[in-house]
Design a protein around this ligand. Structure first.
Ligand code: ARG
Length: 264
């Protein structure tokens, strides 16, 4: 009797094992078809989305109307490594994650800060730069240095929609005016429509002279990532390899020299 139970037990285990074994490959391969990297190679160009209102990371150059910047130089290096051309597309910052998830763009290069929330939706590259976030006001503003964002309660504060700045301001119980584009945000600050703007440090350097600004708050440095669809390890491997190699061979330092000065 004991022996029969053992045999039945063994058969049951094998059956369960076979059923699980049958389903596991499906569980491990959530995307179907070719890897995105192969599709990019077949297509012949790499589609990278950005919000080109953020010099020196990304900006539309005048008069050529080309999108240029630190992020674009890195995207170019990745396109070169894949062996295809780079095609930059300029869409609202708030729409970038949706576009990347939907496959309209292959990668986001938009000074996008690493957050665990974003990583639930997309895959993040290794850190390619860290930057401080700053609250800026007009040089002649009565507002002076603050210790924390909560000190801005009662002021009209602006930021770009969909950014970590918006999230942090909301967490500090401030309802910010959210702008689609950072150039319009800073223009409104200049015109006096808002009292303060919350942006990334290097953007202050780029716009400071134009809009006559000063910094009244600076965060700790935050890491930025490039982003692509989840479960595309072949593409993410190339992205990370290009970043790490640029750190190793000094190209990254050259790019920082080319695009940034002190504040970054
Ligand atoms: N670093 C901020 C964030 O990730 C803002 C980035 C805005 N980028 C841009 N290209 N406008 O939320």
């Amino acid at each position: 009797m004991k022996r029969e139970i053992a045999v039945i037990g063994m058969i049951a285990c094998i059956a369960v094992g076979l059923v699980i074994g049958f389903f596991i490959p499906g569980l491990l391969a959530p995307t179907e078809g070719k890897p995105l990297l192969n599709k990019i190679k077949d297509r012949g160009y790499f589609i990278v989305g950005t919000s080109a209102d953020y010099p020196p990371f990304e900006n539309v150059s005048y008069p050529s109307a080309e999108i240029v910047g630190f992020d674009i130089d890195i995207a170019e290096m990745i396109a070169d490594e894949i062996g295809v051309n780079l095609e930059m597309t300029d869409i609202g910052f708030d729409s970038l994650i949706g576009a990347c998830r939907a496959g309209t763009i292959d990668m986001i290069a938009a000074a996008m800060t690493y957050t665990t929330d974003r990583e639930k939706q997309l895959a993040a590259s290794v850190t390619y730069i860290t930057v401080r976030q700053v609250v800026v006001v007009k040089s002649d503003s009565v507002l002076t240095d603050i210790d924390e964002l909560e000190d801005l309660i009662g002021q009209d504060v602006g930021c770009q929609g969909g950014t970590v700045m918006e999230e942090e301001l909301v967490n500090a119980t401030i309802t910010p005016t959210a702008y689609d584009r950072v150039d319009l945000l800073l223009q409104d600050l200049y015109l006096g429509a808002i009292d303060a703007a919350y942006i990334d440090g290097p953007i202050f350097d780029a716009y400071q002279v134009l809009f006559d600004l000063k910094i009244i708050f600076s965060s700790d440095p935050e890491p930025l990532s490039l982003w692509c669809r989840k479960y595309e390890p072949e593409l993410m491997h190339v992205i990370n390899e290009v970043i790490l190699e640029a750190f190793q061979d000094g190209t990254m330092l050259e790019l920082w020299d080319k695009w940034f000065n002190a504040t970054g």
